[in-house]
Design a binder for this molecule. Structure first.
Ligand SMILES: [Zn+2]
Length: 161
C-alpha cells in the first residue's frame, strides 16, 4: 500500500467517525482547509446520514433534549434529590464543617498556648509543633474537601457537587 493511499484511508476513517455536528462544521469550513478527497468523503457521509437538513434537525433536537435533561437535573438538585435517579437517599457533602470547626478550635488553642507556656522546654516545643502541625492538616483537609467534596446518591452511586 502506498503511503498516500494509507493517509487517505486514515482520513476517511476519521471523517466517518465524526459526530453530526463536526461533520457539518467540516463542510461549512473554507474548502481549502481540506483535501478534495476528504471533502468528497464528507459529502458522501452527509448524504448517507440523510443530508444537511436531517442532520441539522437531529442536532437541534439533541440540544433541546440535553437542555431539558440539564434543567431536570438542576430541579432535582434544588429539591435535594439525586439528579440521575431522583431518589432522596443522599449522603450529603458536609460542607467540610467538622474539620473546619476542629481547625478553628486548634488555631485558637495554638494562639493561647504560647501565652500559657512562655518558656517552653523540649517537650513543650514538640507539643507546640504537634498542635501547629495538626492545625495545618485540618486546614488542608478543609480546603481539599471544599474543592473536591461531592454529594453521593446511596441508591445509584451517582456523585455530584
Ligand atoms: Zn441516584
Amino acid at each position: 500500500m502506498k503511503s498516500g493511499q494509507k493517509d487517505q484511508n486514515q482520513a476517511q476513517k476519521r471523517i466517518l467517525a465524526l459526530t453530526d455536528h463536526d461533520l457539518l462544521a467540516m463542510l461549512k469550513a473554507p474548502a481549502h482547509e481540506y483535501t478534495p478527497f476528504a471533502l468528497d468523503v464528507a459529502r458522501e457521509e452527509l448524504a448517507r446520514r440523510g443530508g444537511r437538513e436531517t442532520l441539522e434537525a437531529r442536532i437541534s433536537e439533541q440540544t433541546v433534549q440535553q437542555e431539558a435533561a440539564a434543567e431536570k437535573a438542576r430541579l432535582a438538585i434544588s429539591k435535594g434529590l439525586c439528579p440521575r435517579c431522583e431518589k432522596s437517599d443522599i449522603r450529603r457533602h458536609s460542607g467540610c464543617a467538622t474539620p473546619l470547626v476542629l481547625a478553628i478550635a486548634w488555631i485558637g488553642f495554638s494562639v493561647a498556648l504560647p501565652l500559657l507556656m512562655p518558656h517552653p522546654g523540649a517537650v513543650g516545643i514538640a507539643f507546640l509543633a504537634f498542635v501547629y502541625g495538626t492545625c495545618g492538616v485540618l486546614v488542608l483537609i478543609t480546603a481539599t474537601s471544599a474543592l473536591f467534596g461531592r454529594h453521593k446518591c446511596r441508591a445509584c452511586g451517582h456523585k455530584w457537587r
